[in-house]
Design a binder for this molecule. Sequence first.
Ligand code: ASN
Length: 330
Amino acid sequence: MTKRQNLLTIAEERLIGVPKPLEQLSKSELQRKQSIGKVMTHVLKYLTEEFVKDGFEWLLPVIFSKSTDPLWPDPEASIDKRVEIEIYGEIVRANLSMIVQKMVASSLIHPKLFTLSPNIRIEKAERANTGIHAYEFTQLDFEMSDATSDEVRSFVERVLVGLIRHLRDNVREDLTYLHRYNGLTVPKTPFKIYDRKELEKSYGKAWEKRLLKEIKHPVWITNIPREFYDFEDFESGTWDNYDLLLPKYGEALSGGRREWEYKKIVKKMERDKVKKENYRILLQLAKEGKLQPSAGAGLGVERLVAWIVGAKHIGETQPFPRVPGLVYDL
Ligand code: ASN
């Protein structure tokens, strides 16, 4: 056995339980994948239609740019490698999220916008078996100029409730085949809201694990310390942001009200040791007073669908699974 084959065998053993590549699926596994694919199609169709009906403009995504999400400081991030390459003599970064582009475009051109954007997050290989991480995934990322967090949350709740109702009516056969028709009930609104600080007080640092086992419906978590772009009240130390947690599958959406003031953004970047030179245009617009207050969020499409269909691994919702630590041919 060559060294490479040996390494592959070790990797494969470690990865038992993760989705196989398409060409290796049995007949019944292919049938399951087909059903998941059908649910995915309906999810994408429903969500994009709802956003368009609500007056959002649909932007095409970018892949490489000088500015991307720093994903730092974020207690949940586990990035093994940041993809930076040189094109035309310039250094560009593979998209970690379109947050910067959303803030700029909602300020300059489309007050309400969304995009379906590929996020390339090379997660550590040890996340292969979590069942909820993929090294490439798609975000339905949206931003609303002048919106409050409450407005974003109510909008998300309305769309999600509508989606579940729509799926129960339109892909009943597939949900039944996937053993999810009975379990996937329409959630009641408003969803419960938990303050992260309160959760830490009652459950300790590992609050998320405990909560995920307890909840039966999607819930909101607010006040999460993270990247510079989410709004932080320096006096009270609270963050005006939110995550949507899905039972067993965890965070499927994160977002917040945004910072727009130049001085505050600079202060936070310096505090977090985020390189200001990577955010030249964002900072320039903020300095000129052209960055508008906004709020928004990004929904992890595959994670949402994983919850809807009860997937064993998020890679099951991808035609070509992106399992951390495992690179298939396609
Ligand atoms: N899309 C998220 C947001 O809108 C950011 C992220 O994915 N890190 O806040």
